[in-house]
Design a protein around this ligand. Sequence first.
Ligand SMILES: Nc1ncnc2c1ncn2[C@@H]1O[C@H](COP(=O)(O)OP(=O)(O)OP(=O)(O)O)[C@@H](O)[C@H]1O
Ligand SMILES: [Mg+2]
Length: 266
Amino acid sequence: MLLEVKNLTIPTFDQKCVIVNDVSFDVREGSIHAIIGPNGSGKSTLAYSIMGLSNYKPFQGKIYFDGIDITDMSITERSKMGITLAWQEPARIEGLSVKKYVSLGIKDKSNLGEKVTEALEIVNLPSKKYVNRYIDNSLSGGERKRIELAAVVAMKPRLIILDEPDSGLDVIITEDFMNIFNKIKKLNMTILLITHREEIGMVADYGTLIWHGDVLITDLFPYVMLRYCKKAGLKEFCKRTLYKEGKPCFPEDYIDRIFNEEEPFE
Ligand SMILES: Nc1ncnc2c1ncn2[C@@H]1O[C@H](COP(=O)(O)OP(=O)(O)OP(=O)(O)O)[C@@H](O)[C@H]1O
Ligand SMILES: [Mg+2]
């Protein structure tokens, strides 16, 4: 396992209550693993804690990366080990050229141009068109989001934690995501995709459902989605969304049966 989260409990800033409660799940190397759950369920808190942000220290539990206990490691140590959180403060990157920005995290500066081109092409942006542009308001939200992702990919981390920000990602359509993520996967990077746009999770191999700070299930993604839909009462959404490669994941009458059963999972 690349990442193992064991019995993690994360309190609020003021330590007065618990946001993430005794959460455990594993992420396999080379997979896309989605964390889904309603607003406020603790997804971002979990992401920040895995990255090691100082205000998100767990008071119980362990995080292992590649078998090594990283629970007490700093954010810098974690990033040296290959963990990245794709989350940027726009102000910090404003005004840099796309080339400069994407190359920031590339350690070996030889053939820099090629490396930047490769990273931009992974996120489906033609390098020629973008490399000399500047990061400012002339870029659309979706272009900006892709460029941020290109900068992360260029660093060649082992684990990319992608916490979907409020805006930006929603302008990239699901099929395009699938294509981008599959290219990242081929480069043997693992993606932990955090989203409340559950349909985006359909690109994932595995998933974890978090509900008010508790993990309800970790499994192949379609099962996680089915559980989510049942819990949220989203039958039609479930039928519409649970497709992989154009085929429904479950027969319709199976979904009907799950929804008709009283608390079939609990
Ligand atoms: N000091 C505090 N006191 C009480 N609750 C808090 C405090 N700080 C944070 N919270 C709660 O903890 C939760 C944090 O959730 P988090 O941001 O991790 O959710 P999320 O799953 O990422 O949600 P979203 O889908 O909206 O991004 C929220 O419900 C928030 O209201
Ligand atoms: Mg969040």
